[in-house]
Design a protein around this ligand. Structure first.
Ligand code: CA2
Length: 146
């Protein structure tokens, strides 16, 4: 059986490709999920993608991943900078966690420079655009053994 990777996207990332293309690019979230799913097939993995604008729904998805998934790739959006609840949920997950930011959060406002999730993540990708999700998946295949 192929290993399942949960791909989580947080608040406002449903607007990818529809607003602020100068920061977040022109690809929609549907494009990103399709590209990640296609690459996962090549790597012998499968992907369950969840996007939510709600912190508790993201916590629920992380808890569900405990039962189903070998790894988590997460772009927590603005919750990166605020959410102890998401960090606590990730700390209950036993597999690898990779954090993705489309923009380079370190080149932006100071309040974006700290992410609670980074202290749990095996790796962090920031500023590689939506390609960062694909890079994270390649690393995930190494970590879980695709
Ligand atoms: O760079 C990233 O991926 C972020 O996680 C995106 C978050 C931001 O709060 C983080 O600091 C960095 C914002 C996501 C908003 O997504 C949009 C996408 C398209 C149009 C408008 C918002």
């Amino acid at each position: 059986m192929t290993k399942l990777i949960t791909l989580l996207n947080g608040p406002n990332l449903n607007l990818l490709g529809k607003r602020q293309p100068e920061i977040y690019g022109r690809e929609t979230l549907e494009d990103v999920v399709a590209a990640v799913t296609a690459l996962a097939g090549d790597l012998g993995l499968s992907v369950a993608a969840v996007q939510s604008n709600h912190e508790g729904a993201l916590v629920d998805a992380i808890q569900a991943a405990r039962e189903t998934s070998a790894g988590i790739i997460i772009n927590p959006g603005a919750y990166s900078h605020t959410s102890v609840a998401i960090l606590d949920a990730l700390n209950t997950f036993e597999g690898p966690v990779l954090e993705v930011h489309i923009s380079n959060i370190h080149k932006r406002e100071a309040f974006r420079h700290h992410s609670f999730v980074s202290s749990r993540a095996e790796g962090v990708i920031a500023g590689f655009g939506t390609e960062g999700y694909l890079l994270a998946l390649r690393r995930m295949a190494t970590l879980v053994g695709g």
